[in-house]
Write a protein that binds this ligand. Sequence first.
Ligand SMILES: [Cu+2]
Length: 378
Amino acid sequence: MTLLIVIFAIVFLVLTALVIGKTQSLLKKIDKTKSDTEEVSSTKADSANDANGIALFVFWILSIVGIVWSFLDARKHFLPEASSEHGRQTDYWFWVSMIVIMVGFFVVNTFLFYFPMKYRFNKNRKVTFYTHNNSLEVIWTLIPAAIMAGLVFSGLRVWNKVMDDAPQNAEVIEIMGKQFGWLVRYPGVDDNKLGNYNYKLMDDAGGNDMGIDFTDVHSFDDFGNASELHIPKGKPVLLKIRSRDVLHSVFIPHMRVKMDAVPGMPTKFWFVPEKTTADMRAELNNPDFNYEIACAEVCGRSHFAMKLLLVVDEPEEYEKWKKSQKPFLTVNPALLEKVPDNLKANALKYIQVEAAPVATTEVAADSTGAGNAGTILK
Ligand SMILES: [Cu+2]
Protein backbone atom coordinates (compact mmCIF):
# COMPACT_ATOMS: atom_id res chain seq x y z
CA MET A 1 0.00 0.00 0.00
CA THR A 2 2.77 2.44 0.96
CA LEU A 3 4.58 1.55 -2.26
CA LEU A 4 1.42 2.30 -4.23
CA ILE A 5 1.08 5.71 -2.59
CA VAL A 6 4.74 6.48 -3.34
CA ILE A 7 4.27 5.46 -7.00
CA PHE A 8 1.15 7.64 -7.27
CA ALA A 9 2.97 10.55 -5.65
CA ILE A 10 5.86 10.24 -8.15
CA VAL A 11 3.44 9.99 -11.11
CA PHE A 12 1.62 13.07 -9.76
CA LEU A 13 4.85 15.06 -9.47
CA VAL A 14 6.02 14.05 -12.95
CA LEU A 15 2.64 15.00 -14.46
CA THR A 16 2.65 18.33 -12.61
CA ALA A 17 6.12 19.09 -13.97
CA LEU A 18 4.98 18.14 -17.48
CA VAL A 19 1.90 20.37 -17.24
CA ILE A 20 3.98 23.33 -16.06
CA GLY A 21 6.55 22.74 -18.84
CA LYS A 22 3.86 22.41 -21.46
CA THR A 23 2.10 25.60 -20.32
CA GLN A 24 5.38 27.52 -20.49
CA SER A 25 6.10 26.40 -24.03
CA LEU A 26 2.49 27.12 -25.09
CA LEU A 27 2.74 30.65 -23.71
CA LYS A 28 5.96 31.19 -25.66
CA LYS A 29 4.37 29.85 -28.82
CA ILE A 30 1.31 32.09 -28.63
CA ASP A 31 3.10 34.99 -30.27
CA LYS A 32 4.59 32.76 -32.91
CA THR A 33 1.24 31.08 -33.65
CA LYS A 34 -0.29 34.44 -34.43
CA SER A 35 1.98 34.70 -37.41
CA ASP A 36 1.29 31.08 -38.53
CA THR A 37 -1.50 30.32 -40.92
CA GLU A 38 -4.96 29.81 -39.46
CA GLU A 39 -5.21 26.30 -40.87
CA VAL A 40 -2.13 24.88 -39.19
CA SER A 41 -3.14 26.14 -35.75
CA SER A 42 -6.68 24.80 -36.11
CA THR A 43 -5.43 21.31 -37.05
CA LYS A 44 -3.16 21.37 -34.03
CA ALA A 45 -6.00 22.50 -31.77
CA ASP A 46 -8.23 19.72 -33.10
CA SER A 47 -5.78 16.96 -32.31
CA ALA A 48 -5.07 18.42 -28.84
CA ASN A 49 -8.79 18.63 -28.10
CA ASP A 50 -9.33 15.04 -29.22
CA ALA A 51 -6.53 13.84 -26.98
CA ASN A 52 -7.74 15.86 -23.97
CA GLY A 53 -11.38 14.82 -24.35
CA ILE A 54 -10.56 11.13 -24.64
CA ALA A 55 -7.97 11.29 -21.85
CA LEU A 56 -10.53 12.84 -19.50
CA PHE A 57 -12.99 10.04 -20.10
CA VAL A 58 -10.31 7.35 -19.78
CA PHE A 59 -9.31 8.96 -16.50
CA TRP A 60 -12.90 8.58 -15.24
CA ILE A 61 -13.04 4.91 -16.29
CA LEU A 62 -9.76 4.25 -14.45
CA SER A 63 -11.14 6.13 -11.43
CA ILE A 64 -14.17 3.83 -11.33
CA VAL A 65 -11.84 0.83 -11.31
CA GLY A 66 -9.85 2.45 -8.46
CA ILE A 67 -12.97 3.30 -6.45
CA VAL A 68 -14.42 -0.20 -6.74
CA TRP A 69 -11.06 -1.74 -5.86
CA SER A 70 -10.57 0.47 -2.79
CA PHE A 71 -14.12 -0.30 -1.60
CA LEU A 72 -13.60 -4.05 -1.91
CA ASP A 73 -10.16 -3.85 -0.33
CA ALA A 74 -11.44 -1.80 2.63
CA ARG A 75 -14.26 -4.23 3.41
CA LYS A 76 -12.15 -6.11 5.92
CA HIS A 77 -12.04 -2.93 8.02
CA PHE A 78 -15.81 -2.38 8.01
CA LEU A 79 -17.70 -2.70 11.30
CA PRO A 80 -18.73 -6.24 12.21
CA GLU A 81 -22.37 -7.24 11.89
CA ALA A 82 -24.50 -5.34 14.43
CA SER A 83 -25.55 -7.22 17.60
CA SER A 84 -28.10 -4.69 18.83
CA GLU A 85 -31.60 -3.68 17.78
CA HIS A 86 -30.88 -0.04 16.91
CA GLY A 87 -27.53 -1.12 15.43
CA ARG A 88 -29.29 -2.94 12.62
CA GLN A 89 -31.40 0.14 11.92
CA THR A 90 -28.44 2.53 11.87
CA ASP A 91 -26.63 0.12 9.55
CA TYR A 92 -29.64 -0.02 7.27
CA TRP A 93 -29.83 3.76 6.98
CA PHE A 94 -26.08 4.03 6.61
CA TRP A 95 -26.15 1.77 3.57
CA VAL A 96 -29.25 3.44 2.09
CA SER A 97 -27.43 6.80 2.35
CA MET A 98 -24.28 5.27 0.91
CA ILE A 99 -26.13 3.83 -2.10
CA VAL A 100 -27.98 7.08 -2.81
CA ILE A 101 -24.77 9.10 -2.55
CA MET A 102 -22.80 6.65 -4.69
CA VAL A 103 -25.44 6.59 -7.44
CA GLY A 104 -25.43 10.41 -7.50
CA PHE A 105 -21.64 10.47 -7.51
CA PHE A 106 -21.29 8.06 -10.42
CA VAL A 107 -24.03 9.64 -12.55
CA VAL A 108 -22.80 13.22 -12.07
CA ASN A 109 -19.15 12.36 -12.66
CA THR A 110 -19.86 10.23 -15.70
CA PHE A 111 -21.55 13.23 -17.37
CA LEU A 112 -18.85 15.56 -16.09
CA PHE A 113 -16.14 13.55 -17.84
CA TYR A 114 -18.19 12.44 -20.86
CA PHE A 115 -19.38 15.89 -22.01
CA PRO A 116 -15.92 17.44 -22.53
CA MET A 117 -15.20 14.54 -24.85
CA LYS A 118 -18.53 14.62 -26.68
CA TYR A 119 -18.69 18.40 -27.05
CA ARG A 120 -15.04 19.15 -27.71
CA PHE A 121 -14.32 21.81 -30.31
CA ASN A 122 -15.50 21.04 -33.80
CA LYS A 123 -15.24 23.69 -36.48
CA ASN A 124 -18.39 22.35 -38.18
CA ARG A 125 -20.48 22.86 -35.08
CA LYS A 126 -21.74 26.11 -33.67
CA VAL A 127 -22.05 26.73 -29.94
CA THR A 128 -25.55 27.46 -28.66
CA PHE A 129 -25.77 30.48 -26.40
CA TYR A 130 -27.83 29.11 -23.54
CA THR A 131 -27.98 31.29 -20.45
CA HIS A 132 -30.32 29.46 -18.09
CA ASN A 133 -33.41 27.34 -17.70
CA ASN A 134 -35.57 27.91 -14.66
CA SER A 135 -37.49 24.63 -14.75
CA LEU A 136 -34.24 22.67 -15.01
CA GLU A 137 -32.79 24.52 -12.05
CA VAL A 138 -35.89 23.93 -9.95
CA ILE A 139 -35.78 20.21 -10.77
CA TRP A 140 -32.12 19.70 -9.97
CA THR A 141 -32.44 21.65 -6.75
CA LEU A 142 -35.67 20.15 -5.45
CA ILE A 143 -35.02 16.48 -6.18
CA PRO A 144 -31.66 16.25 -4.37
CA ALA A 145 -33.01 18.44 -1.55
CA ALA A 146 -35.99 16.11 -1.07
CA ILE A 147 -33.77 13.01 -1.12
CA MET A 148 -31.28 14.53 1.33
CA ALA A 149 -34.06 15.68 3.67
CA GLY A 150 -35.56 12.16 3.55
CA LEU A 151 -32.20 10.64 4.52
CA VAL A 152 -31.63 13.14 7.32
CA PHE A 153 -35.08 12.68 8.85
CA SER A 154 -35.08 8.89 8.67
CA GLY A 155 -31.66 8.85 10.35
CA LEU A 156 -32.82 11.37 12.92
CA ARG A 157 -35.76 9.13 13.86
CA VAL A 158 -33.41 6.27 14.73
CA TRP A 159 -31.08 8.63 16.61
CA ASN A 160 -33.94 10.23 18.58
CA LYS A 161 -35.16 6.81 19.67
CA VAL A 162 -31.75 5.92 21.08
CA MET A 163 -31.33 9.32 22.75
CA ASP A 164 -34.85 9.29 24.20
CA ASP A 165 -35.51 8.14 27.77
CA ALA A 166 -34.69 4.47 28.24
CA PRO A 167 -37.60 2.08 28.90
CA GLN A 168 -38.60 1.67 32.56
CA ASN A 169 -37.25 -1.88 32.78
CA ALA A 170 -33.79 -0.90 31.52
CA GLU A 171 -30.71 -2.14 33.35
CA VAL A 172 -28.96 1.03 34.49
CA ILE A 173 -25.19 0.82 34.60
CA GLU A 174 -22.73 3.60 35.16
CA ILE A 175 -19.48 3.69 33.22
CA MET A 176 -16.78 6.24 33.86
CA GLY A 177 -13.72 6.93 31.72
CA LYS A 178 -10.42 7.87 33.30
CA GLN A 179 -6.85 8.04 32.14
CA PHE A 180 -6.53 5.15 31.28
CA GLY A 181 -9.33 2.72 31.85
CA TRP A 182 -13.02 2.31 32.55
CA LEU A 183 -14.74 2.13 35.92
CA VAL A 184 -18.13 0.49 36.10
CA ARG A 185 -20.85 0.72 38.74
CA TYR A 186 -24.03 -1.34 39.11
CA PRO A 187 -27.04 -0.30 41.20
CA GLY A 188 -26.82 -3.38 43.45
CA VAL A 189 -29.31 -6.20 43.80
CA ASP A 190 -31.11 -4.93 46.91
CA ASP A 191 -32.47 -1.56 45.83
CA ASN A 192 -31.59 -1.66 42.13
CA LYS A 193 -30.86 2.05 42.32
CA LEU A 194 -27.56 3.85 41.80
CA GLY A 195 -26.48 6.01 44.72
CA ASN A 196 -25.47 9.65 44.31
CA TYR A 197 -21.97 10.74 43.46
CA ASN A 198 -19.92 13.88 43.72
CA TYR A 199 -16.59 14.55 42.07
CA LYS A 200 -15.32 16.08 45.31
CA LEU A 201 -15.58 12.67 46.97
CA MET A 202 -13.19 11.00 44.52
CA ASP A 203 -10.46 9.45 46.58
CA ASP A 204 -8.21 6.81 45.05
CA ALA A 205 -6.34 6.01 48.24
CA GLY A 206 -9.60 5.65 50.16
CA GLY A 207 -11.02 3.24 47.55
CA ASN A 208 -13.60 5.67 46.19
CA ASP A 209 -12.27 6.41 42.72
CA MET A 210 -15.75 7.06 41.32
CA GLY A 211 -16.70 9.63 43.96
CA ILE A 212 -19.64 7.62 45.28
CA ASP A 213 -21.62 9.44 47.94
CA PHE A 214 -21.90 7.09 50.95
CA THR A 215 -24.31 9.41 52.72
CA ASP A 216 -26.91 8.10 50.27
CA VAL A 217 -28.40 4.71 51.29
CA HIS A 218 -28.74 3.72 47.64
CA SER A 219 -24.95 3.62 47.39
CA PHE A 220 -24.56 0.89 49.98
CA ASP A 221 -25.31 -2.09 47.75
CA ASP A 222 -23.73 -0.59 44.62
CA PHE A 223 -20.95 -2.71 43.25
CA GLY A 224 -18.32 -2.21 40.62
CA ASN A 225 -16.05 -4.06 38.31
CA ALA A 226 -12.89 -2.74 36.77
CA SER A 227 -12.25 -5.57 34.35
CA GLU A 228 -15.55 -6.44 32.69
CA LEU A 229 -18.99 -5.07 32.02
CA HIS A 230 -21.79 -7.62 32.07
CA ILE A 231 -25.14 -6.96 30.40
CA PRO A 232 -28.15 -9.18 29.76
CA LYS A 233 -29.31 -10.19 26.31
CA GLY A 234 -32.69 -8.96 25.06
CA LYS A 235 -33.14 -6.32 27.75
CA PRO A 236 -32.66 -2.57 27.37
CA VAL A 237 -29.39 -1.43 28.89
CA LEU A 238 -28.90 2.22 29.82
CA LEU A 239 -25.31 3.34 30.13
CA LYS A 240 -24.86 6.43 32.26
CA ILE A 241 -21.57 7.84 31.09
CA ARG A 242 -19.14 10.02 33.03
CA SER A 243 -15.53 11.06 32.75
CA ARG A 244 -13.12 11.65 35.58
CA ASP A 245 -10.52 13.75 33.84
CA VAL A 246 -10.49 14.45 30.11
CA LEU A 247 -12.73 13.63 27.15
CA HIS A 248 -13.17 9.92 26.48
CA SER A 249 -15.67 8.11 24.32
CA VAL A 250 -17.47 4.84 25.00
CA PHE A 251 -17.31 2.80 21.83
CA ILE A 252 -18.88 -0.67 21.53
CA PRO A 253 -18.49 -1.46 17.83
CA HIS A 254 -20.73 -4.55 17.75
CA MET A 255 -23.54 -2.71 19.53
CA ARG A 256 -23.12 0.45 17.43
CA VAL A 257 -22.78 2.43 20.63
CA LYS A 258 -20.55 5.48 20.64
CA MET A 259 -20.92 8.35 23.06
CA ASP A 260 -18.49 10.87 24.48
CA ALA A 261 -17.64 10.79 28.17
CA VAL A 262 -17.35 14.44 29.13
CA PRO A 263 -16.00 15.68 32.46
CA GLY A 264 -18.75 17.51 34.31
CA MET A 265 -21.45 16.61 31.79
CA PRO A 266 -23.03 13.18 32.18
CA THR A 267 -24.10 11.56 28.91
CA LYS A 268 -26.04 8.37 28.20
CA PHE A 269 -26.86 5.76 25.61
CA TRP A 270 -29.39 2.94 25.74
CA PHE A 271 -29.52 -0.12 23.56
CA VAL A 272 -30.77 -3.70 23.43
CA PRO A 273 -28.09 -6.36 22.94
CA GLU A 274 -29.38 -9.23 20.82
CA LYS A 275 -26.62 -11.82 20.95
CA THR A 276 -24.78 -13.17 23.96
CA THR A 277 -21.03 -13.65 23.93
CA ALA A 278 -21.72 -17.40 23.67
CA ASP A 279 -24.08 -16.82 20.69
CA MET A 280 -21.34 -14.89 18.92
CA ARG A 281 -18.72 -17.54 19.67
CA ALA A 282 -20.97 -20.18 18.13
CA GLU A 283 -21.92 -18.00 15.19
CA LEU A 284 -18.37 -17.03 14.32
CA ASN A 285 -17.05 -20.45 15.24
CA ASN A 286 -14.44 -18.68 17.32
CA PRO A 287 -14.22 -19.79 20.97
CA ASP A 288 -11.97 -16.82 21.74
CA PHE A 289 -14.44 -14.16 20.62
CA ASN A 290 -15.14 -11.35 23.07
CA TYR A 291 -17.07 -8.12 22.80
CA GLU A 292 -15.00 -5.11 23.64
CA ILE A 293 -15.51 -1.55 24.81
CA ALA A 294 -12.86 0.82 23.53
CA CYS A 295 -12.16 4.50 23.98
CA ALA A 296 -12.78 6.40 20.76
CA GLU A 297 -11.38 9.74 21.84
CA VAL A 298 -7.63 10.25 21.83
CA CYS A 299 -7.25 10.98 25.53
CA GLY A 300 -3.53 10.71 26.19
CA ARG A 301 -0.48 8.52 26.17
CA SER A 302 -2.12 5.17 26.92
CA HIS A 303 -5.37 5.81 25.06
CA PHE A 304 -4.69 2.76 22.89
CA ALA A 305 -4.90 0.49 25.93
CA MET A 306 -8.23 1.82 27.20
CA LYS A 307 -10.27 -1.30 26.73
CA LEU A 308 -12.88 -3.10 28.75
CA LEU A 309 -14.26 -6.56 28.23
CA LEU A 310 -18.00 -6.64 27.53
CA VAL A 311 -19.83 -9.84 28.44
CA VAL A 312 -23.38 -10.33 27.19
CA ASP A 313 -25.08 -13.02 29.29
CA GLU A 314 -28.40 -14.80 29.10
CA PRO A 315 -30.70 -12.92 31.53
CA GLU A 316 -30.59 -15.74 34.14
CA GLU A 317 -26.80 -15.92 34.03
CA TYR A 318 -26.68 -12.17 34.34
CA GLU A 319 -28.82 -12.16 37.49
CA LYS A 320 -26.64 -14.90 38.93
CA TRP A 321 -23.50 -12.95 38.14
CA LYS A 322 -24.92 -9.81 39.75
CA LYS A 323 -25.67 -11.72 42.95
CA SER A 324 -22.11 -13.03 43.05
CA GLN A 325 -20.63 -9.53 43.01
CA LYS A 326 -19.54 -7.78 46.18
CA PRO A 327 -20.67 -4.21 46.98
CA PHE A 328 -17.99 -1.54 47.32
CA LEU A 329 -18.59 -1.51 51.07
CA THR A 330 -17.89 -5.22 51.31
CA VAL A 331 -14.73 -5.00 49.23
CA ASN A 332 -13.48 -1.99 51.15
CA PRO A 333 -14.96 -1.85 54.69
CA ALA A 334 -12.96 1.32 55.39
CA LEU A 335 -15.60 3.14 53.36
CA LEU A 336 -17.90 2.74 56.37
CA GLU A 337 -16.21 5.85 57.76
CA LYS A 338 -17.93 7.92 55.09
CA VAL A 339 -21.36 6.70 56.15
CA PRO A 340 -23.15 9.07 58.55
CA ASP A 341 -23.90 7.64 61.99
CA ASN A 342 -27.64 7.41 61.55
CA LEU A 343 -27.20 5.16 58.47
CA LYS A 344 -24.33 3.03 59.77
CA ALA A 345 -26.72 0.24 60.72
CA ASN A 346 -27.94 -0.09 57.12
CA ALA A 347 -24.38 0.01 55.84
CA LEU A 348 -23.13 -2.61 58.27
CA LYS A 349 -25.26 -5.13 56.45
CA TYR A 350 -22.67 -5.02 53.71
CA ILE A 351 -19.59 -5.32 55.84
CA GLN A 352 -18.38 -8.87 56.02
CA VAL A 353 -17.79 -10.09 59.51
CA GLU A 354 -17.13 -13.77 58.89
CA ALA A 355 -13.72 -13.52 60.52
CA ALA A 356 -15.37 -12.76 63.86
CA PRO A 357 -18.90 -14.14 63.82
CA VAL A 358 -19.45 -13.26 67.47
CA ALA A 359 -19.11 -9.59 66.64
CA THR A 360 -22.33 -9.75 64.70
CA THR A 361 -24.51 -9.87 67.72
CA GLU A 362 -22.58 -7.07 69.31
CA VAL A 363 -23.07 -4.94 66.26
CA ALA A 364 -26.75 -5.69 66.34
CA ALA A 365 -26.91 -4.74 69.96
CA ASP A 366 -24.90 -1.58 69.39
CA SER A 367 -26.89 -0.47 66.44
CA THR A 368 -29.79 1.83 66.71
CA GLY A 369 -32.03 -1.09 66.07
CA ALA A 370 -32.59 -0.24 62.45
CA GLY A 371 -33.55 -2.93 60.00
CA ASN A 372 -31.25 -5.78 59.27
CA ALA A 373 -28.21 -4.57 61.11
CA GLY A 374 -25.92 -7.36 62.02
CA THR A 375 -27.06 -9.89 59.48
CA ILE A 376 -24.14 -11.69 57.99
CA LEU A 377 -23.87 -10.97 54.44
CA LYS A 378 -23.20 -12.73 51.24
CU1 LIG B 1 -9.08 7.35 25.12
